[in-house]
Design a binder for this molecule. Sequence first.
Ligand SMILES: [Zn+2]
Length: 305
Amino acid sequence: MDLALELAVRAEAMRHLKSRLEHDAIYFTRNEQFEYHGDRLRLMGAQTGIWKPRQLSAALSISTTFTPPSRERPYDDADIGPDGLGRYKWRGTDPEQADNRALRAAMTHKLPLIWFRAFDRGRYVAIYPVYLVREEAEQHQFVVAVDAVQQLDSIDMTYPGIDIQLAYASRETRQRLHQAPFRAAVLDAYTCKCAVCRFGHASLLDAAHITPDAEGGLPTVANGLSLCKMHHGAYDSGLIGITPDLTIEINHDVLNEIDGPMLRHGIQEFHGRSLMVLPKHKAQRPDRDALDLRYQQFLSSSSTR
Ligand SMILES: [Zn+2]
């Protein structure tokens, strides 16, 4: 194996993704390509989950197709193991199948990979770098560390302090595997704009939960709002409330505060206005009950009462 080539191609692939995200891409399709020394290389296979460009000996990416979230299974946690690390299934059951060997090569040489995860049919977010740290042959799967810290930690999973480490791994893994698809789905539904102010640079937009994850809020578009960093912060800290009728209200104290142009134009002027951007599809619009619950919290924490 030409390790220098393996690493150089991977670095270029990840640079390409980073640059696309900085230029406000929110998702990728199977047709995404990047350039390496004049060659056009695919980032994902046209059909298969495990992808190895012909120039390489080890797999470059893995992909997971879309499973709609449901009340019973809000997250597809099937791909998170009891140790909090990710899991990725072999192709079929033959360990010597070419794709499985390509994955094993990436594991043996500790090469970084990209994990594409669909949040909708044919649309993927990219999680990278990820590392294959072990193989569970009986279950026909590889163990995936979703960042370099997990990769290092996984070398010795038995030292004292394992509980803290495990909690960290689970949280990080869930966060990275679930948050990115949720964000992409919400931003896409709001055509990459802040619902409050219509600000439109994806790199400064978040998907806010209406009912927080910790309170059982589902990772569905109807439980999300596309908000710019400032309005997300303002919503989460109770400066801004949104009524079930989609009207913006500003905390009474903040409304009367006198400060610079950011407070006046960025916050106060939105008082009493309707959300400026909403999803086209009714089913994706903010859930009224969730909004109501959150708005009651806003009212009770606001000094107007
Ligand atoms: Zn905004």
